[in-house]
Design a protein around this ligand. Structure first.
Ligand code: AMP
Ligand code: GLY
Length: 423
């Protein structure tokens, strides 16, 4: 009999994880908590339990005989949900509270990198406005301002001039735009180069890297507009040479995994390294303690081995197998509600989307409405993903699907993947 798995989270990332688990063979039942009504279209069950309700989730797992749990989002991880499951005797894949700090605190991540010589931008930390402004004035622009703590990718300002940097500091310290996340600010040097995401399965001491992908963080075409959680992605990223990926594995991922173990907070789960390929080699922009979104939706379709078997092996202290497609390309485009990320206007009706066997729709912020069917209920609504022989073919195919939809009340970028084509 196959395994029964509970996935925690509600986004397109969790939809992709659940879908990949079901595709693998060893898992025959997946429930997502709280999930979303779009997942039901794939035969995925959902249960309306919030991802921060640890006690209720523990009871649910025990009462319903789940074999193990996959924790998707950062918030429950940083709250310590994996520790809570462990204390209740439940196997859960994801980092402990101590290890999740690598994402939860930019300051923690920076200090770890400095202690272990892991390449990243030079930085300084501030708790008050005046010294932060003085640092900006002395350092000059371009410069990057980051609210410490979680701000869902929206707490970062890449300032090309000093006034923009000072304005961002005012937002954080005077207007408290990021709430508690603004109590501390990291200011770092601007890094120039192409970004890529390198995610790995990690068991505490060893790791298994996935194919790289590239996110599109800005809201609008040509990387204009505000930073978002991510508007689309593709994999592989041919303009990043394999030698750069190998260097990133040896100078960034390996020493980070070893450092966490050596410092008493071994990392188990998915370690996401957000990197920039600078003229000086790959450097870290950020670590996440989980799968990236939308990266997961284009990376997991490239997995040819059984995802559930791999994770189950790690949870049992065995050596996992992960195998990946080595040819072709996968590309995904996010449909977002008008106004995302600043003033989301919910309620757009979601059209029915028909795709072929090489494509998939992963749902995120959707609700079910008695009269309209699925409606947009949050910023990122869904992602359309496809695999094809080349990035260009995948791009053409995804936009052929999306361009003919009625996307009233939503918007999307028209240039996902173009950096690979113009490189
Ligand atoms: P983060 O939330 O740290 O991933 O930052 C969001 C985005 O801001 C990144 O994806 C980059 O595009 C940009 N960014 C962050 N840090 C830097 C940096 N030091 N230099 C240049 N761009 C950066
Ligand atoms: N796409 C970036 C992230 O998941 O944080």
């Amino acid at each position: 009999m196959g395994q029964k798995v509970l996935v925690i989270g509600s986004g397109a990332r969790e939809h992709a994880i659940a879908h990949a688990l079901l595709r693998g063979g060893s898992v025959d039942e997946v429930t997502v908590a709280p999930g979303n009504p779009g997942m039901a279209l794939d035969g995925i069950r959902v249960v309306s339990l919030g991802s921060s309700n640890h006690a209720a989730l523990i009871d649910f797992v025990k009462d319903n005989g789940y074999d193990w749990v996959f924790v998707g989002p950062e918030v429950p991880l940083i709250e310590g949900i994996v520790d809570a499951f462990a204390a209740a005797g439940i196997k859960a894949f994801g980092p402990s509270k101590a290890a999740a700090q690598i994402e939860g605190s930019k300051d923690f991540a920076k200090q770890l990198m400095v202690r272990h010589g892991i390449p990243t931008a030079k930085y300084a930390t501030f708790h008050e406005l005046e010294p932060a402004v003085a640092y900006v004035r002395e350092h000059g622009a371009p410069i990057v301002i980051k609210a410490d703590g979680l701000a869902a990718g929206k707490g970062v300002t890449v300032a090309m001039d000093e006034d923009t940097a000072v304005h961002a500091l005012d937002d954080i310290f005077i207007d408290h735009r990021f709430g508690n996340a603004g109590a501390k600010v990291v200011i770092e040097d601007f890094l120039e180069g192409q970004e890529f995401s390198l995610m790995s399965f990690v068991n505490g001491t060893e790791f298994w890297p996935m194919p790289i992908s590239q996110d599109h963080k800005r809201a609008y075409d040509n990387d204009e507009g505000p930073n978002t959680g991510g508007m689309g992605a593709y994999s592989p990223v041919p303009q990043i040479p394999q030698s750069v990926v190998d260097t990133a594995i040896e100078t960034i991922v390996r020493p980070t995994v070893e450092a966490m173990a050596a410092e008493g907070a071994p990392f188990t789960g998915i370690l996401y390294a957000g990197l920039i390929a600078t003229a000086d080699g790959p450097k870290v922009i950020e670590f996440n303690a989980r799968f990236g979104d939308p990266e997961t939706e284009v990376v997991l379709p490239r997995l040819t081995s059984d995802l559930g078997a791999g994770i189950s092996a790690i949870l049992d202290g065995e050596t996992p197998t992960f195998e990946w497609k080595t040819d072709g390309a996968t590309l995904g485009v996010v449909l977002a509600s008008k106004g995302y990320p600043t003033n989301v206007i919910k309620g757009a009706p979601i059209p029915e989307i028909t795709v072929d066997a090489d494509s998939h729709v992963y749902y995120a912020g959707v609700a079910s409405d008695a009269t309209h069917g699925l409606v947009a209920n949050s910023g990122r609504v869904l992602l359309v993903e496809t695999s094809a022989d080349t990035i260009k073919a995948a791009q053409d195919k995804v936009y052929a699907i999306i361009d003919k939809l009625d996307t009233t009340g939503m918007f999307y970028r028209h240039d996902i993947g173009s950096k690979a084509l113009n490189a």
